[in-house]
Design a protein around this ligand. Sequence first.
Ligand code: TPP
Ligand code: MG
Length: 433
Amino acid sequence: MADRPDGAPQQGSNKPALSLHVPEPKYRPGDAVDFSHIDVPPAGEQPRPDENCDTHDMHDLAYGLVRVLGEDDKAHGPWDPKLDPETLRTMLGHMAMTRAFDERMFRGQRQGKTSFYMKCTGEEATSIASSMALAADDMVFPSYRQQGILIARGYPMIEMINQIYSNKGDKLKGRQLPIMYSSREHSFFTISGNLATQTPQAVGWAMASAIKGDSRIAATWVGEGSTAEGDFHAACTFATVYNAPVILNVVNNQWAISSFSGFAGAERTTFAARALGYGLAGLRVDGNDALACYAAQLWAANRARSNGGPTLIEYFTYRAEGHSTSDDPSGYRSAQERTEWPLGDPVMRLKNHLIALGEWDEDRQEKMDLEAAEHVRKVTKEAEQNGILGHGLHHPFQTMFEDVFEELPWHLKEQSEQAIREREIKFPGGLKL
Ligand SMILES: Cc1ncc(C[n+]2csc(CCOP(=O)(O)OP(=O)(O)O)c2C)c(N)n1
Ligand SMILES: [Mg+2]
């Protein structure tokens, strides 16, 4: 049947047949990896606009890559935050400590001391350097891969381990998945496993802060995969509509468990460019460059503090290890990706920068790494006194029924009593409740 005279097709006559694009990662296990298609501009090339500039003047920054640390290990360009050597050493120390912590907790899971752990290897700068640019009482709404913030904020490590072991010292009483920390005192909002829910919560908190006439701002961290969740888009809309004092940090580590970033839209545009459609300020940053991460967060924090509005920052980085202890990345991606990653390792780059400044050396680094490992070992042993998985030294299990209702409703009372009876049958006269 011929098309209509106006050129519109007859029903059902569309040609060619409609088809969909299903993203496929470039490399699978065993493939040789070539990342030369990734555009890595020289450090220092990106302009640094005024913190209160119009979002329209930021267009190119959403597609570029803010970089400070060059191949020569020196700091370059207008984004150089010009931190003093002592602050740089502190930053490196937090990164070394986080890496040592991750190593030990990962092993702890393999030894059966906890059911679950998640490392942030390769992404340390995106949480540690960036959170160091915030005030200690700015409220953070992290995802599960920002343990570095707690370490940078001086949260007691034993509390982290007690939580991971779900032991009797766990302040969250075993009610959260290991690593889903919470600390009001450290302005660290309770981590939720429901991806992206922290983003509208951060925006809402920031709006409340403004409504109350408070001076604190909010910052949230979300993975690139999670930006595909509706919550993230609701957060962007509320943030821009009300000009909320909030920073939306998107950690683009290329993977969401076994799904590559293409499934969240990375083949089409950058994650920072999402900002443009909402009228948000958008920055795309080398996430393995601690100085660039710090500088971007400081820029966004200053903008938020002066009522300049929210900023969306994409950190371009790579998840160097598996998603969690439950994951085996050798099943879905090439092992060469990690070694070929063009932005290097954030800890090495900061270390080499300090050495280039004449403020550090390999011996001091080795000593720092050893001391970090020793500190983690010592605190782990201490936490183990409170119990490890399966040793019964957890909070009495019936406490799971408490703390929700002022008075326990009848059906929960019944369930609690039934649970205690069943436990006595299973462990007659035995195991501590
Ligand atoms: C709403 C929701 N959907 C799915 C999951 C299961 N899940 C947990 S982590 C994850 C991947 C998230 O990837 P990304 O956002 O890129 O963060 P990353 O793990 O890379 O830091 C998925 C799908 C979940 N926890 N919540
Ligand atoms: Mg990811």
